[in-house]
Write a protein that binds this ligand. Sequence first.
Ligand code: MN
Length: 200
Amino acid sequence: MNLNELIYPYELCHLPYPYEALEPYIDAKTMQIHHTKHHAGYVNKLNEVIKKYPELQKVALVEILQNLESYDIPDEDKEAIRNFGGGHINHTLFWSIMGPSKEIDEDLVTKIKEAFGSVERFKEEFTNTALSHFGSGWAWLVENSEGQLEIYSLLNQDSPYLLGDTPIIGLDLWEHAYYLLYQNRRAEYVQNWWNVLKLL
Ligand code: MN
């Protein structure tokens, strides 16, 4: 799914693999609840708010998030778009970068080596960022407006598009992403997640 194509009315995308495909690292029950309850909830709530704004229905979600501050709409609706639009786009990316088998993105590997020295160094830095993030949110690898790769974490469902950056890799750090299988062991989830990130 090309993130740039997401536009109203928003729909829950199908996963490109079965719920059990990422086991043993992510269990089928977690995947099912995450997709059909959490992600679906963000999609429904995003549609509810965008339904009120015909002018936003014609604008791609990426562009809405990039320009959110400039719209003349109530703050509570901006907040809803930030949370639910972010939730929709973040999860759409998340499902697409995982898979049961590796599909190495050689261009990305090259860029990562240039920026971080090696894929291992990148993973170490990304893992440290993920583990030092407090509370709900995501760890991100983004390309900024100067074309440089950057690692950071953002709270809640905030999307890198809000900052003018383009997300490349996102790791969901909300407890709903791992709690059934890992309980409080976020570090183990983060370490195991590299096995299901298909790009590297
Ligand atoms: Mn999630």
